[in-house]
Write a protein that binds this ligand. Sequence first.
Ligand code: TGC
Ligand code: FAD
Length: 396
Amino acid sequence: MFDFYQVGELLTPEEQAMQKAARRFLEAECLPYIAAWWENAEFPTHLIRKFGEMGFLGPNIPVEYGGLGASAATYGVVSYELERIDSGLRSFCSVQSSLVMYPIWAYGSEEQKREYLPRLARGELVGCFGLTEADGGSDPDGNMKTRARRDGGDYVLNGSKMWITNGNLAHIALIWAKDEAGVVRGFIVPTDSKGFRAHKIQHKASLRASVTSELVLEEVRVPKTALLPGVEGLKGPLSCLTQARFGIAWGALGALEAVYTEALAFAQSRTTFGAPIARRQLVQEKLVRMAADHTKGLLLAWRLARLKDESRLRPAQVSLAKRDNVRAALNGARAAREILGGSGITLEYHSIRHMLNLETVDTYEGTHDIHTLILGRELTGENALGEGPRPRTVAR
Ligand code: TGC
Ligand code: FAD
């Protein structure tokens, strides 16, 4: 494991044990097959229950609801190890843990928690999270056309969602829709509901070992017990994003470790002009940049985890870590691909797969530029995101 500042020593024995177990499991069950899954655009559904057994699904959820009740860094190291293999594997677990289990745990009724959380933790049920719509995901409030209207004891949902991870695998979809007062609300929608359809998005050149879908809801009727009672307004979905972005800040460093170690080994064994390319300053500069970014990113992620456990985490702090760690990993993957030369363009090596995946990771969960603007707003008090003529969503 590459860990230049021994950040691993700052982890508790339980966190260290989880990281070791995850690495052992993923190296045996995923690493040998991932390139083929990626090339064939396949997600390894046979591993979902095993992910549950390993504690990868909702590790932070309390034990009474089927989770491990584990620390933030436990979730962090799991994300790191998953993404060291492939961003698509981490995506699956991010969505299940942070975007489906978290909102049910944080905002669900007791009945909803008991009905869904243990089965989601075991991987018996798969969930997806529908926030983004086709007109522009960066501004989910301004672009949300999906509506929920009351009809007796039910809600009726109409609209569509775009780019939804796990959409075609999911048994339940967490759908964010505006009610008749224009307030964003969350609904747990069984995907076998009449009027619910998922279309798998084809021809992706990134995150191929992950299922991405468009969801269409036409007069989908759910009982009022499907509503998450504990939250109103955009802060509902945004607070879930804070959880997932935290995991991505760790995960991206797993991908960075993978491309760094691959590039280093190649550079040490590849000889040109009578010496290994690792002896060349231009190559060393690239490797040093990767190692430095990994080291700084890990310290950032570790500190963030401790702040999270102390409930002192601010969303803008997560924005900084997601933004910088993902961009560092993407730059590292591009540099690793370059060091590998022609070999770097084949799936025999991992760097180009990570590089292409990280283009998605740089975009989803808030694009790099959106996080820049969130941070700019936090630092200056000035909103450069754009005001827009739309009415703001106000929690009642
Ligand atoms: P804004 O006025 O900033 O906020 C509205 C309310 O939400 C609160 N809030 C947050 N709460 C918790 N966590 C956060 N990160 C929060 N950010 C904001 C805020 O305090 C306010 O609360 P209240 O009580 O005053 O109502 O709203 P805005 O419309 O100006 O938002 C701007 C912006 C840019 C922050 C937001 O729209 C945004 O984050 N946009 C990016 C959207 C995004 O990240 N989408 C991701 C979709 S899911 C996904 O990509 C999954 S990929 C998963 C995978 O496969 O791994
Ligand atoms: P847009 O919002 O249209 O942005 C286009 C460009 O404009 C970007 O470069 C952006 O940075 C820039 N931009 C936007 N606004 C501004 C501004 N104010 N100032 C300057 N620049 C700006 N969403 C879900 O809800 N659930 C999921 O499970 C999910 N999974 C995904 C999986 C994949 C593989 C992908 C690719 C996306 C997924 N998403 C999901 C959607 C993702 O969150 C969005 O793609 C992302 O938020 C960006 O939205 P957009 O693609 O509509 O781009």
